[in-house]
Design a protein around this ligand. Structure first.
Ligand SMILES: [Fe+2]
Length: 297
């Protein structure tokens, strides 16, 4: 049974946000101010990314009008690490949550800091029972400290360590930490590519409790050939959304009963390209789950 004030219950109680854009407040391409001023009809909400910065955000956050719905994408909690992260990124997340008042905060299931140094590489979750136990403990502790609920997101994989299927690992995390999830469809495909299932992006998806997926991510990417295999590289707004990501969206959309948001991550896109990708995804949503856009199902 789900407790009424659990992190999962709190995100389930949030309204449907629709189809939105993931932007970095420190980017000039796209410039979120121009998106708001000239393209407001082109997106339903913004997912705000700050590169984990909490010191320099007051000014850009103040430039997001209150009537623009927003979610927040933090970085630095490193929830798949062996122990809880240091206090500063937790305090930073707390500050940004208070300023933005998002219904939830996204955090990658990856480690990006080693001994306090930023790696600029996603060390994705090790897929073992031991790492699951540590991650559940971390997410539970974070929920005890933070004012707003977290949505852990599957990170991109360039290699896989561990024998547990990613979908099973995420299901267990969501149940044991009683939280919702972000399912990044490109990142799911990156895992399938590593496992030799690149031509079957849905392989093993029945192991994922789709009712836990509150938000979906899509992004531009390229796929590189590497030693006979293929590796997924996120390009965000600097490239087209790969066909397998859109195929996954078509397949899974009707099956995610608690879905609240579909986000296209568009860092590096022009404003025009950002809203064009949003329109492309909105069309898929309209075809496969039209009622959802009306906030009804
Ligand atoms: Fe993502």
């Amino acid at each position: 049974m789900i407790s009424t004030d659990s992190p999962f219950a709190r995100v389930c109680a949030a309204p449907v946000l629709g189809v939105g854009l993931g932007i970095d407040v420190f980017d000039t391409r796209p410039d979120f101010r121009k998106l708001i001023k000239h393209h407001r009809a082109g997106f339903d909400f913004l997912e705000v990314y700050t590169r984990g910065n909490w010191a320099d955000v007051d000014k850009p956050f103040a430039q997001i009008p209150r009537d623009v719905p927003r979610t927040y994408h933090h970085e630095g909690l490193d929830p798949v690490g062996p122990a809880l992260c240091p206090r500063p990124p937790i305090d930073g997340c707390m500050k940004n949550q208070k300023l933005l008042a998002p219904p939830w905060t996204v955090e990658e299931l990856a480690v990006r800091h080693i001994d306090g140094r930023y790696t600029d590489f996603f060390f994705p979750a090790i897929l073992t029972p031991e790492s699951l136990r540590a991650t559940v403990a971390n997410v539970r502790q974070l929920h005890a400290l933070l004012p707003g609920p977290l949505l852990p997101e599957n990170a991109p994989y360039e290699f896989v360590v561990g024998d547990v299927h990613l979908c099973e690992w995420m299901t267990q995390l969501s149940h044991q930490a009683d939280c919702g999830l972000v399912l990044d469809l490109g990142h799911l495909w990156s895992y399938q590519l590593c496992m030799g299932h690149g031509d079957d992006p849905l392989h093993g998806v029945e192991k994922l409790d789709l009712s836990r997926v509150i938000e979906v991510h899509l992004a531009g990417a390229r796929v590189e050939k590497y030693h006979g295999g293929r590796i997924y590289r996120d390009l965000h707004g600097a490239g087209p959304i790969p066909a397998p990501s859109l195929d996954l969206l078509r397949e899974l959309l009707p099956r995610m009963e608690n879905l609240k948001a579909v986000t296209i991550e568009v860092e590096d896109a022009t404003e025009d390209r950002a809203v064009a990708q949003c329109a492309q995804v909105r069309q898929v949503v309209q075809q496969h789950r039209p009622q959802w856009l009306l906030g009804k199902a």
